[in-house]
Every structure is written in C-alpha cells, then in structure tokens.
Design a protein around this ligand. Structure first.
Ligand SMILES: *Cc1c(COP(=O)(O)O)cnc(C)c1O
Length: 377
C-alpha cells in the first residue's frame, strides 16, 4: 500500500468489538484479571493501554519499524531514548538540534555522566572526527531548525555502522510521509507528535519507533519504568491527526513553495531558507532521502527593524512557537525557540535578529501572501 492508503488502513480502522470506524478511547487505568496465573495483555495503563497501543502500532507501521512507543511529549520521547544510555557513554548530536534536546543534554544527562558532543553534522568529516571509543550513538535532525540545514543521512549512517553506533533521527519536520530514516538504515526515529502528526495545535505528544527486539526491549523498559506515557485521549487525537497527514502535508508544502518563491522576490527579504528552492544548500541530498521539502521555511529581512515590525503587524498568521498545525504560524527564533542560546553562539549558527520562521498552514495562499505583503510593508 502507498502512504496515503496506509494512514487510513492502519489495522485499526474498524474496531474489532463493535465495528466502529474509530478506535475507542479506553479511559481506564487498570484491568480485571480473570486468572491470576495468566495475566492478560493489559494489566495497568502505564504498562499498556489499547488506545495507546493502536497509536504505537500505527506509527511503527508508517515509519516501517518494528516497535512504536507513545510519550507525553516530544521531549519525553527524546529524554526516554537518551535514557537507554549509561554513565560513560558518549553521544554525538548535531549542533543545530532542537533547543529542548540541547537543554536536556547539557542540564540533565551530563549530570548522569553521559558525555555529549555537538557537531556541525552538515560536514560528515566532523561527525567522523568526533567519534571516540566510548561513542554509542549519533543523534541527527534534518532539515534542521530554523535554517533548514541538510544532513546527509545515508552518509552519516554509513559512518555510524562502520563503528557499530546507533543512529537516532528526530524526524519531526518531515513526518513519516516525507522521510523514513529507518528505511535508510537508522535505528531509532523520534517525533514531536505535537507538530505535523497531531496537526491541529491541540495536543502535546511524542513518538518513538525502533528497529529490532533489543532496542524495543530497552525503550519499553524506560517507557514503563520512567513512565512518561501518553494518555488515551491524546493517543486518540494523534490517531485522528495521522489520518489526514498526507493531504495536509501535500497542501501545506505546496503553499510553502509558493510562499517561499514569493518571499524571494520581495525587496525587504534578503534570504529565504527552504529545501524546495533551487539554490538551497544540500537540496540534492535532501531529495535523495526525502520525498518533499516540507512546510516549514525561514527568511531574513533586510533590517532587524523590518523583522520586528513584520512580527507585530502580521494578522492572519498566528505569532507563536510550535509548527505543523493547520494554521500558519510565524515565530521569531531569537525571542522564542532559540532565546536560551547565548547570543554569540546563536549568531555563529546564523540565528540573527532579522530571522523569521514560518510553518505554513492550510489557508488559501492568496490570503497568506496578502497578509505577508501588508506585514512587510
Ligand atoms: C517541538 C519539537 C520537539 C519537542 O517536542 P515537544 O512535543 O514540544 O516536547 C523536538 N524536536 C523538534 C524538531 C521539535 O520541533
């Protein structure tokens, strides 16, 4: 089956008990045990819940992995994956990783003796040179946030496999529709399901998919032990969101391409970052590992004042953090997602005061362009 069919026919499209075309929300914490010598599949909802299981199997199916896990947020998913490592282990992470991943690495996991190096993963030799005998994994995110830098997944995976390292990919920006890292040889995929998978800015959640029994056992042990599980209501919302993932993404990335090209022509815009544009650095690598450019772009205005007045004058688009919803969201990274990174480091990464990030939604493109035009003026 092709992806657009798989999101609808995920194995849970008809409820086995009632024939309902929607999986029930099993709002239960515990389960009756008929025979104490033979415990049933579900005994307590931290360990397993039927609605969460439907979501976990669906995301594993869509990412072409062996086992899926649902967590209470994207950060809970990332932190739970990092918790499979031990004191003394070294992990290599791309330097423009999501801010929360940077913080949890530097403020929490370092206190448990997990050593983390941040490298420019756009340069494969930097990845290779940062590997040492204690290195256990490489953690990547492509395209990166907010400058849409591309990492060569196949190249990085090859380096990792030669050294016996795990490859973990945060696939939030692409979703399983556009990019499936496990098919390229990665071992673990993570999503902030809060973004494109939920798709409606109404739920916070995280998903993990792994390859192989051994990793499944390790992640399950953290999920059940640490307990940062997703509740049944939110699992159901993500199952519903997934059904329209393909049509939303198709429409949103079509909008994004038109908007990116329009922005390129504006005299007050100095630069546009979007893998769908001809001259985007790494575009060829991106399209060798992903099926589309996605619906997030960023741009720089000619002056800092223009960026500030754009943010204050935009009307139709929401001004907010987060992305991937049905509505267009503009954000101002230096004051929002990247505010906690010291200015000097931010500037080295290219996250300047004239940078604006856009998550393009499902509005009609003419209305969006009219809004952007008045806000730029
Ligand atoms: C939002 C986001 C996260 C964190 O997810 P939450 O659901 O907010 O905890 C992680 N990675 C990326 C790329 C994100 O955009």
């Amino acid at each position: 089956m092709k992806f657009g069919t798989k999101v609808i026919h995920n194995g849970y499209e008809i409820d086995k008990c009632t024939g309902a075309l929607s999986i029930p929300i099993y709002q239960a914490s515990t389960y009756h045990q008929q025979d104490i010598d033979n415990p049933p599949e579900f005994d307590y909802s931290r360990s397993g819940n039927p609605t969460r299981k439907a979501l976990e199997e669906t995301i594993a199916f869509l990412e072409c992995g062996d086992k899926g896990f649902a967590f209470s947020s994207g950060m809970a998913a990332i932190s739970s994956v990092l918790s499979i490592f031990s004191t003394g282990d070294h992990i290599v992470i791309c330097e423009d990783v999501y801010g929360g991943t940077y913080r949890v690495s530097n403020n929490i996991f370092n206190r448990y003796g997990i050593e983390i190096s941040f490298v420019n993963a756009g340069d494969l030799s930097e990845i290779e040179n940062s590997i040492k005998s204690s290195t256990k994994a490489i953690f990547l995110e492509t395209p990166s946030n907010p400058l849409m830098k591309i990492t060569d997944l196949k190249g990085a995976i090859k380096i990792a496999k030669n050294k016996g390292l795990l490859v973990i990919v945060d696939n939030t920006f692409m979703s399983p529709y556009l990019q499936r890292p496990l098919e390229l040889g990665a071992d673990i995929v993570i999503h902030s399901a809060t973004k494109f998978i939920g798709g409606h800015s109404d739920v916070v959640g995280g998903l993990v998919v792994v390859k192989g029994k051994e990793l499944a056992r390790k992640v399950y042990s953290v999920q059940n032990g640490f307990g940062a599980i997703l509740g049944p209501q939110d699992s159901w919302l993500l199952l519903r969101g997934l059904k329209t993932l393909k049509v939303r993404m198709d429409y949103q990335q079509n909008n994004a391409l038109i908007l990116a090209k329009w922005l390129l022509e504006q005299p007050k815009v100095s630069k546009v970052f979007y893998p769908g544009l001809e001259n985007h650095p790494g575009r060829e690598i991106h399209f060798s590992q992903a099926q589309g450019p996605g619906a997030v772009l960023s741009f720089k205005t000619t002056g800092n004042e223009t960026a500030r007045s754009f943010m204050n004058n935009i009307r139709l688009a929401a001004v907010a953090v987060s992305l991937g919803g049905v509505e267009t969201i503009v954000s101002y990274p230096v004051k929002m997602s990247h505010a906690s990174i010291p200015r000097q480091e931010r500037e080295r990464l290219g996250i300047s005061d004239n940078l604006i990030r856009v998550s393009v939604g499902l509005e009609e493109i003419e209305d969006l362009i009219a809004d952007f035009e008045q806000a730029l003026k």
